[in-house]
Design a protein around this ligand. Structure first.
Ligand code: HEC
Length: 157
């Protein structure tokens, strides 16, 4: 978690620094070039900053893995998810290995808990839905606790 946070803040700092640099130099050029609009920056944003849409706005990930929680998650995953997912291979849905390098923990939990709205309204989920030829991610009606356990399991894939 610490290194994840650190990466995020370094990323934010860089974005911020780049933005400020632009603001300082551009007016000197006669003000002809406007600073980049915010929306353009948002499009280039790191997908790891997208928290998705749903009940989860913030997830605490411990620096160390919670083994017991990951084990609970594995049991839930094997029961509820393997009809469509394999940990390391693309199946009906994407392979889950490495998902936390591609997505924020909040996004992953919202995709598990609120897939219907995610595939309609979240740009990353929409694109994924297209890539998977319109087969939808199923709402398995996990509780938030169960989804959190599955998230912990995703750390060890
Ligand atoms: C009926 C099939 C099906 C079931 C069951 C299912 N999924 Fe999915 N899942 C998908 C599909 C298909 C996608 C790709 C997105 C889309 O098409 O909506 C997906 C996408 C995802 C994603 C995003 C993956 C990424 O790489 O960004 C996560 C996370 C996920 N599923 C987790 C789960 C979990 C956890 C369970 C079990 C609780 C589960 N899924 C059960 C079909 C399923």
């Amino acid at each position: 978690m610490k290194s994840f946070l650190l990466n995020c803040s370094v990323f934010l700092l860089l974005v911020f620094a780049a933005g400020c640099g632009g603001d300082k130099t551009e007016p000197a050029a006669g003000g002809a070039d406007k600073p980049k609009p915010k929306s353009m920056l948002a499009e280039e944003a790191n997908p790891l900053e997208d928290k998705g849409i749903g009940p989860i706005t913030s997830v605490e990930m411990g620096a160390a893995l919670d083994q017991a929680l990951a084990e609970k998650g594995r049991v839930i995953y094997e029961r509820m998810c393997t009809a469509c997912h394999k940990p390391t291979e693309k199946f009906i849905g994407p392979a889950q290995k490495g998902v936390l390098e591609r997505r924020s923990p909040e996004w992953v939990m919202n995709m598990i808990l609120n897939p219907e709205q995610m595939v309609k309204e979240n740009p990353i989920a929409k694109k994924l839905f297209m890539e998977f030829n319109g087969s939808p991610m199923a709402n398995q009606h996990l509780t938030q606790e169960e989804a959190r356990a599955v998230l912990e399991y995703f750390r060890i894939l």
